[in-house]
Write a protein of this length. Structure first.
Length: 696
């Protein structure tokens, strides 16, 4: 990062001529850290700043500390690089968040804007503008953007542009949206304002406008603005990169202070704010970028794939919010309609989206894409094959289901790996899930292995951005393990963003560190700490408490996998590699999993499968439905193979027991299908003899 970027980050609006008094603890801790820095004790200064941030200081206090500080010292701290830079940036982010909360109050904004334009002195105008920027931020943009179209009043336009420049980075998204204006004079002024702000996020839009707009003045202003934003080359490529950056919530496009509660639409010749949950804010911006790329290049497979990926991701995140108790019903309806884009994108675009997910380790989104692709694809695709062998458990399982159905529908053979993954998916019990966000690769590897030994499904993200992305894509996370060594974000920033996500604000979070002072500084922001794999016993209570969390998606995959195995078996395919998984699927699993697994065993099971099936059939605590499915399965196997007499005797016990008539009927039908000797069948018939009539 350049020194000029550091200086830019230091430009925070000053709300008062001098700082007011602030709590001594934040001030003294900060002063102590800078004192250590000045004395050349850099590591100690870094540790002190990390502890300050870990204590979750009030942003308002941090802001006041910043106002009273020597900015040159902070710049020097930042230019040290690596962790020093990340910690200093995090401090400045906290300071930025310490400004007054912006308010979407149109009446107040209208009054302040009128006061701004009517001010009798430059000082009064600046004072009013400071209030607008600090209190209303981007919500004031529509009032100023409207004025940019007044060709008859250039002085007023100039003042509106100055106001938008003062709103700075918070004005970028609404201004990008306003480039859709039908008024060429307004478009030119919007482009000029974006160019003066110089935010790289506007580069792709300005570059596109410079080559496509019908007005010479707009094209010229857009070209200059694009250059000021550092944009050059192919606008389509820039939009695709921008969409990918938003999707992954990379820090170059989304720092804490860049998030908003709204996205902007151009409707009826004006800006309109649309509220969105924070967790899908990045997806909405990514989707806009991909649609912009598609508008410029209708044949762009990457653009169509990006749109499909964001639509799937949005629906998944909203489902997670709903599961966490959030009311997202209206948005869920819109997300469901948005899924039409996934179907309309076609199999090639979906397959490209799946390849993106595999490449980035985006397991949950990739799994949903694979499921959709299974309904559309008419042949095995590169994306499905990649997901099958390198996509993680859920993605590989969904890919296997899709490939199995493609094989059945096209009368082709499924690979042994498809059958193997189907068996794993059918038998998998996802009961404990941990997400590790840690830049220490060896520590994370040791933790994954140790957790796996305790039956915990652990996923590792090597950067903060990857970890935060995984939060929106993994379901049923029981515990979060955050390392003290993260390459792109501070640990404090990762913990803070976890808590800002409503779906995970109560998820137990542990710090991976050997620094007890650092762990203590986090206080109740974390539930505990340990240094590495030796400390995972501390997690047992967490797993015990959260054992009943939602595992519906994993169970649904298990059921679909069992049905896919059944369909393959019906074609005569060899599904022996899936037998262990099917047997695990009937061992105490829910009916929705066990019944399709029993159906598959009926088609492909062997004599070695029978004991497990009989255990289900004779389980008096099981439902009639699953016991009937077990009877059907053993009957089907017995119709193909000569089974031991003990098998038929076990079925006869059910037939002659006190079960329901439908269960007895299923047992009788099973015996009817089995290859029994004449004596054994006569015994069955004697056992079911019923005489009609009444005795005197």
């Amino acid at each position: 990062m350049s020194r000029s970027r550091f200086l830019g980050l230091l430009v925070l609006p000053v709300l008062a001529a001098s700082a007011t008094a602030f709590p001594q603890d934040v001030a003294s801790d900060f002063d102590a850290a800078l004192d250590l820095w000045e004395r050349g004790r850099k590591q100690e200064a870094l540790d002190a700043m990390r502890r300050l941030l870990a204590s979750d200081p009030d942003p308002g206090e941090v802001y006041r500390v910043y106002i009273d500080s020597d900015s040159q010292k902070i710049i020097d701290f930042m230019t040290e690089g690596d962790e020093y830079t990340r910690v200093a940036e995090r401090f400045l982010e906290r300071a930025s968040l310490g400004r007054l909360d912006i308010q979407d109050d149109d009446d107040t904004i209208q009054g302040l804007v009128s006061e701004y334009f009517g001010a009798s002195s430059t000082a009064d105008r600046r004072k009013t503008l400071s209030r607008i920027v600090a209190q209303h931020g981007e919500y004031a943009c529509p009032r100023f953007v409207n004025i940019l179209g007044l060709e008859s009043d250039p002085d007023r336009v100039r003042d509106a542009m100055l106001a938008l420049q003062s709103i700075s980075s918070r004005a970028v998204q609404p201004l990008i949206t306003a480039l859709a204006s039908e008024n060429a004079y307004q478009r030119r002024n919007v482009a000029m304002t974006l160019g003066i702000i110089g935010d790289p996020r506007a580069g792709a839009s300005l570059l596109a406008l410079a080559s496509t707009d019908s007005d010479d003045g707009v094209r010229s202003a857009a070209a200059t603005g694009a250059a000021n934003c550092g944009a050059s080359g192919d606008a389509v490529a820039l939009f695709l990169q921008l969409g990918d950056d938003y999707h992954h919530r990379r820090a170059n496009v989304l720092r804490d202070l860049d998030y908003s509660d709204v996205v902007w639409d151009w409707d009826g010749g004006k800006l309109v704010a649309r509220a969105v949950p924070r967790s899908v804010y990045n997806n909405e911006l990514a989707k806009d970028a991909f649609y912009s790329a598609l508008g410029l290049a209708p044949d762009s497979m990457d653009a169509a794939a990006g749109i499909a990926r964001e639509s799937v991701d949005i629906q998944g995140k909203l489902a997670a919010l709903e599961s966490a108790g959030q009311d997202v019903s209206e948005m869920s309806d819109a997300a469901a309609e948005g899924m039409l884009a996934v179907l309309a994108a076609g199999p090639d675009a979906l397959d490209r989206a799946l390849q993106m997910s595999v490449a980035s380790g985006d397991s949950a989104t990739g799994a949903r894409i694979a499921e959709q692709l299974g309904h559309l694809a008419t042949r095995p695709t590169d994306g499905l094959q990649a997901a099958l062998v390198g996509g993680g458990a859920s993605m590989a399982g969904e890919a296997a289901v899709a490939l199995a159905h493609i094989a059945v529908s096209t009368n082709t053979s499924a690979s042994t790996e498809v059958v193997n993954q189907l068996g794993k998916a059918a038998g998998r019990r996802v009961v404990k899930v941990a997400l590790i966000i840690d830049g220490d690769a060896q520590r994370a590897t040791d933790l994954v292995a140790a957790l796996d030994g305790q039956g915990v499904l652990a996923q590792h993200a090597g950067t903060g951005a990857q970890g935060l992305l995984a939060l929106g894509q993994l379901s049923g996370i029981d515990v979060l393990l955050v390392g003290d060594d993260i390459p792109d974000l501070t640990t404090d920033a990762v913990v803070a963003r976890i808590r800002q996500n409503p779906a995970y604000d109560a998820t137990p979070t542990f710090l991976l560190t050997a620094d007890e002072d650092l762990a203590e500084a986090y206080g109740d922001r974390i539930q505990g700490s340990f240094a590495g794999a030796d400390g995972i016993d501390a997690l047992q209570e967490v797993f015990d408490a959260r054992l009943d969390d939602n595992r519906a998606r994993a169970d649904a995959l298990a059921a679909r996998a069992a049905m896919a195995i059944s369909a393959l078996a019906a074609t005569g395919a060899d599904v022996n590699l899936a037998m262990d998984g099917l047997m695990a699927a009937i061992d105490g699993r829910r009916d929705g999993i066990a019944i399709p697994a029993l159906a598959a065993l009926g088609k492909a099971g062997t004599a070695g499968s029978v004991d497990g099936i009989l255990a289900v059939l004779n389980n008096g605590d099981a439902s009639d439905d699953v016991r009937i499915a077990a009877a059907n399965a053993v009957g089907a196997i017995g119709g193909r193979l000569d089974l031991a007499e003990a098998v038929s005797n076990s079925v006869r016990d059910v037939l002659n027991g006190d079960g329901s008539l439908p269960l007895k009927s299923a047992a009788a039908a099973a015996l009817g299908r089995m290859n029994l000797g004449s004596a054994a069948r006569a015994g069955v018939l004697q056992g079911v003899r019923v005489d009609i009539g009444s005795s005197e």
